[in-house]
Design a protein around this ligand. Structure first.
Ligand SMILES: Cc1cc2nc3c(=O)[nH]c(=O)nc-3n(C[C@H](O)[C@H](O)[C@H](O)COP(=O)(O)OP(=O)(O)OC[C@H]3O[C@@H](n4cnc5c(N)ncnc54)[C@H](O)[C@@H]3O)c2cc1C
Length: 360
């Protein structure tokens, strides 16, 4: 069966690279009309089962990672599930090479020539409501003037930055004592001027490392909508982020795209129709939406929430929770670690808030 995938990002290319495992589907990847120019950026993920193909593209990895607040530094570690970072461009190129070996074709999409006979999936980005919570950030790969970074430990969240515009943290992946990817990241409804994030990076390096930037090697920026999103086009079934793969409260997507595609491939191998479902469990989506309600209304609680979560979980438990592999015991452990009052307020507010309209 002819199968068209609109879009050539992470999900489309991951699917294309597995074309040999999908029986009776002849896959074409359509570069969408009006698509923005493809830009490279770094993609982080924990090495969990089945991700060896991504580990092969990874640039660096850390078996220790930390969460830092004004009062505490929590360090977690896992030898089995290290945190990896790779260039999106490397992953996409690698996937494309495999896809071409499997006979996948790559074509320009012409809306006027859409093939109505073909099975079509849409991986263009989903749509968010006007007031949606966003994860927005600017990241710079930098070289500093002195050897100050501890290259053994990735900093997932350092909250010792301005908290006046929403929950705000620095993400710092040290490649060496002098080189790192440093991102200023906020969870809020409003994107800020680029200078806000770049000044945060400069001040953070000065205040906490006594270091200055000598060279910016690469810059990236992102705005990831969080919470409930709507399909890009309600008439076309989705794939990837456009089929619910973004984890609502963390923005992590790569590992969930993998889970979504793995499940779809397994169903297709059993003779069932190819279909891409939201990869998250309903209970995880509900817990995430309560957390987002708390962060939207009481962002000053953010550092304490993540501090408590980090302090109560082992590295392996943290990875399972972040990668959608939590069982009930682990979910309860997370709930028990949280400060109760903000969550009780969050649950009541979440239950009574009106659903958001989506921008088309
Ligand atoms: C800077 C940055 C850093 C990130 N870091 C991480 C990370 O560390 N870990 C993680 O898990 N996730 C991360 N993400 C999120 C992750 O990259 C995305 O969620 C992921 O790419 C989604 O894959 P996808 O295939 O669904 O969509 P995409 O890879 O975004 O592909 C979408 C497709 O739609 C096309 N398209 C886009 N807009 C339009 C348009 N207006 N009209 C037509 N076509 C369009 C694109 O050209 C592309 O072909 C990051 C995102 C950014 C921007």
């Amino acid at each position: 069966m002819k199968t068209h995938v609109i879009g050539d990002g992470i999900a489309a290319m991951m699917l294309a690279s597995m074309a040999d495992r999908i029986p009776q589907h002849e896959i074409s990847i359509l570069h969408p009309e009006g698509a923005p120019m493809a830009r490279d950026h770094m993609l982080g993920f924990w090495n969990t089962e089945g991700l060896e193909f991504a580990v092969d593209c990874s640039r660096a990895s850390w078996s220790k990672w930390s969460i830092i607040t004004n009062t505490k530094t929590s360090v977690m570690h896992s030898e089995k599930h290290a945190y990896h970072i790779m260039h999106k461009a490397d992953f996409v190129q690698n996937a494309r090479n495999k896809a071409e070996e499997h006979g996948v074709s790559f074509v320009e999409q012409k809306a006027s020539k859409t093939n109505k006979e073909a099975l079509t999936f849409d991986s263009r980005p989903p749509r968010a409501s006007p007031n949606a919570m966003l994860q927005h950030f600017v990241g710079q790969e930098i070289e500093v003037d002195k050897a100050v970074f501890d290259a053994s430990t990735a900093i997932l969240m350092d909250f010792r930055v301005d908290q006046s515009h929403g929950m705000h943290f620095v993400y710092l992946l040290p490649y060496s004592p002098t080189q790192a990817l440093v991102e200023s990241t906020l969870f809020s409804t409003d994107v800020l001027d680029r200078e806000y994030y770049t000044n945060t990076i400069i001040d953070y390096l000065h205040d906490h490392y006594g270091a200055s930037i000598q060279r910016v090697i690469h810059e990236e920026q992102g705005v990831i909508p969080m919470g409930t999103l709507s399909p890009h086009d309600t008439n076309i079934p989705g794939l990837g982020a456009n089929a619910g793969a973004i984890r609502p409260a963390s923005g992590y997507t790569f590992v969930f795209i993998h889970q979504q595609i793995q499940r779809a491939v397994r169903r297709a191998q059993q003779g069932k129709p190819l279909r891409f479902k939201r990869p998250h469990k309903a209970v995880d989506v509900w817990m995430d939406s309560v957390l987002l309600t708390v962060l939207r209304n009481w962002p000053q609680q953010g550092p304490q929430l993540f501090e408590r979560m980090a302090a109560s979980l082992t590295g392996d438990e943290f990875v399972r929770f972040m990668s959608g592999q939590a069982n009930w015991r682990l979910r309860m452990k997370v709930v028990m670690a949280m400060p109760k009052l903000p969550f009780i307020k969050g649950v009541s507010k979440h239950l009574f808030q009106r659903p958001q309209k989506v921008v088309s």
